[in-house]
Ligand binder design. Sequence first.
Ligand SMILES: Nc1ncnc2c1ncn2[C@@H]1O[C@H](COP(=O)(O)OP(=O)(O)OP(=O)(O)O)[C@@H](O)[C@H]1O
Ligand SMILES: [Mg+2]
Length: 525
Amino acid sequence: MDGIEPVLAAAWTQPLVRLCHRLANTNDLNDMFQSVVQALVETTGFSRASVLTFDGAGVMRFRAWQGLSEHYRRKVDGHSPWRADERNARPQFIGDVRSVPALHELQPVFQSEGIQALAFLPLVGGGRLLGKFMLYSEHPVQWRGIDNGFALAAADLLTSFLLREEASEKLLHARRMESLGLMAGGIAHDFNNLLTTILGYVALIREETVRGTPARGYVEVLLHTTERAAELTKQLLGFARPDTRAHEVVDLAEFVAEVRPSFERMCGPERRLEVVAAAEPMLVLGSRVQLHQLLLNLVQNACDAMPAGGAVTIVLQAAADPDAVELTVSDTGIGMDEATRARVFDPLFTTKSNGRGTGLGLATCYAIVAGMGGEISVRSAPGHGASFVMRVPRARTPAPRPTSVAPDKPVARVLLVEDQDDVRSMLVRALRTMGFAVANAVNGRAAMSMLAEQSFDVVVSDVVMPEIGGIDLAHMVMERWPDVHVLLVTGFVDAPEGVPEGVPVLHKPFLPRELGHRIRMLTAK
Ligand SMILES: Nc1ncnc2c1ncn2[C@@H]1O[C@H](COP(=O)(O)OP(=O)(O)OP(=O)(O)O)[C@@H](O)[C@H]1O
Ligand SMILES: [Mg+2]
């Protein structure tokens, strides 16, 4: 205390003790902001101070203040020397507001409030601008002569509160998404099993009905609807468990340039697509399929938000954090209100009516970005468009080999031979859903030429087919490729004649699950 005058020390001590006491006794961040502002006013020569932070639309709003009228707050609301994406905000000290042209339009309100000097202290955390801390004086101020150490320390403290608030919000959101993901994944998984069965039988019923009859028409509708349900379930599973096994090093700059033409077509003539990408490579660890899906969902939403036209802008740049890249997709569309903004990433949340939206687009984006170890956020206000900002870690090490991260047992390679298109496509789909790698052929001849070119573990074949049927195929396979298992399926009740010894026969109709089970039994041998 030697260097501090006793009177000054006494003037600081009391407010500081009070501040510590208040901070220790509250968990409410707004209370904390208010306490810091109050302590500052008590310890410095400034009679007023305030803290402002960005709202969801990227506009600075008052969070805590001391000595400012409501009239003043309303009038200056939203004014700021910095934008939400400002990278290089520095403190600004204004000795006399009348001498700054940029503040000209606020002169009347400064005058009525009795404000002559200002200090803007940016609150910067994690390389980003989070808000600002303001000091006001009713007299012109020679800032050079003032020790603003206390104000800078207070700005530091406020920044740490803001970072804490952000972290706890993120944690809450992440937890919510995780539990929604678990739930969605569980439902999708069970639902998928049911759908596989429904699809299988509907496809078989279709074969039993005569073309042109009403029953055939009903079955077609049923098949189509079930296929849509299956597609939806697939998306739901993608949201619940984005596959990170396919991650490789991707140069985002190159990737964005590559996909640009297809997105330009998607935007149509009435919307502009602008791409601003850094010239240097932007390496990340991700899957090209997922990255395409990510951009597709965001650009699709942007187009939906601009029915009368506008611009979609994709910006790719180095993030403030040197270990990350920043990808932004923004539009000049209808924007969204706070209630919508808060829920956009929730699975199944949509404002699009009549089944035009499933509400899985952004939930999938969230999952993809999270799977890459990054984060996605949104800024938007009604009538002011929307900006989706993604920060993704840069790839430092070469992509892990898929085999090293996927210790699962090898996927069984199945060749499915079936001449009826619908049954074949239903079975292919069902087997893929069960995790098999499936190729297909329309008859025994086609199957033989595929077997000559690729390796398979199991051949599943129908018995009656044109050209080379199942029985002949089974004999040929056993002769030329004795390691390949054969399973025959037949629509006839009686066992077909001439089945080679040891080849199992499955009778239609069967559940696709049964088929999967038989294949697993064969490959386990
Ligand atoms: N760029 C945007 N501008 C305005 N609102 C948006 C934008 N992007 C998303 N939204 C809002 O967020 C909601 C959820 O978006 P999301 O992409 O998850 O689902 P969706 O587009 O409704 O359906 P889909 O599953 O077909 O993508 C939208 O219904 C819309 O209200
Ligand atoms: Mg969408």
